[in-house]
Design a binder for this molecule. Structure first.
Ligand code: NDP
Ligand code: 8X3
Length: 255
């Protein structure tokens, strides 16, 4: 049965989508477990949201590339909050815009270990708590890159095609249980994503030049909507882009 105040675990809550989801879901009365490597950021956010909304917020350091780190974060969060109902496997990144044959191991491993392995580790650790509660929702944060590959994105696109495959498989595996599975797949959104990818503030700003991209709150709103729908309704996938972006290759720049 749906809890009055769902307990939601979010990885990658120190910026961008994860932070916006935390803000929006706290305002809806959800209790939260917030994780990222920059623990000081999630701790400050937790303090702020607890004060503003009177919800319980657990903040922890987690590096989703490492099993022990994920297992510890999830176990501590569930113990502190009294269980978990919703998992949002959001932590992820693109690193570089290399042609496939130029991709350094460091970037290859960062993307595959975070975007694919980290998602498996998060779901694997969290799912027993959803099953114990008998009510749950797993969110994957995919991307348009998991629908349309583009040059310079072979590994990132592969990782997001992987996310899409995992969401499909998990939905099949959980059929018969009251655990919904949704993949939210955004196009370009202005967060720290391009700074991380390009490692250059001016180049990152140029990505959004003349465009009104999605905001992190637009994406958070997609998650909120799926979560608040009646229990028998499962939104499998939301493919969401700003109106200026028709595809990876067709972007209208207003100026
Ligand atoms: P941000 O860079 O703003 O946020 C990424 C978050 O992931 C940060 O909180 C970061 O925290 C966390 N993170 C990265 N690596 C790890 C790790 N190893 N362990 C734990 N946390 C980690 O980008 P977005 O908010 O845009 O990205 C969130 C998700 O959305 C990603 O999966 C991304 O691929 C996806 N996405 C982004 C789009 C965009 O255009 N912005 C579009 C479509 C999908 P910290 O560094 O503190 O660990
Ligand atoms: C982020 C969107 O177009 O940079 O996943 O791949 S894109």
């Amino acid at each position: 049965m749906r809890p009055e105040h769902p307990i939601v675990l979010i990885t990658g809550a120190s910026s961008g989508f994860g932070e916006a989801m935390a803000r929006l879901l706290a305002s809806q009365g959800c209790h939260l477990a917030l994780g990222a490597r920059r623990v000081e950021r999630v701790q400050a956010l937790a303090d702020e949201l607890q004060k503003a909304h009177g919800v319980k917020v657990f903040a922890g350091a987690v590096d989703t590339r490492h099993t022990a780190s994920v297992d510890t974060f999830v176990a501590e969060a569930a113990a502190e909050l009294g269980g978990l109902h919703v998992l949002i496997a959001n932590a992820g990144l693109a690193s570089g815009t290399y042609k496939m044959w130029e991709t350094p191991d460091e970037d290859l491993e960062a993307m595959m270990r975070t975007n694919v392995e980290g998602v498996v580790k998060t779901v694997r650790a969290g799912l027993p708590h959803l099953r114990k509660a008998g009510w749950g929702h797993v969110f994957f944060i995919g991307s348009t890159a998991g629908h349309q590959p583009y040059e310079g994105g072979s590994v990132y696109c592969a990782s997001k095609f992987g996310v899409k495959a995992m969401a499909h498989s998990l939905r099949l595996e959980l059929n018969g249980e009251q655990i919904r599975v949704t993949s939210v797949d955004p196009g370009m959104a202005e967060t720290e994503f391009s700074n991380v990818r390009l490692k250059d503030g001016a180049k990152a700003a140029a990505v959004y030049q003349g465009v009104k991209p999605l905001s992190a709150f637009d994406v958070a709103e997609c998650v909120r909507w799926c979560l608040m729908l009646p229990d028998h309704v499962n939104i499998d996938e939301i493919l969401v882009k700003c109106v200026d972006q028709a595809s990876a290759y067709k972007l209208h720049r207003r100026s």
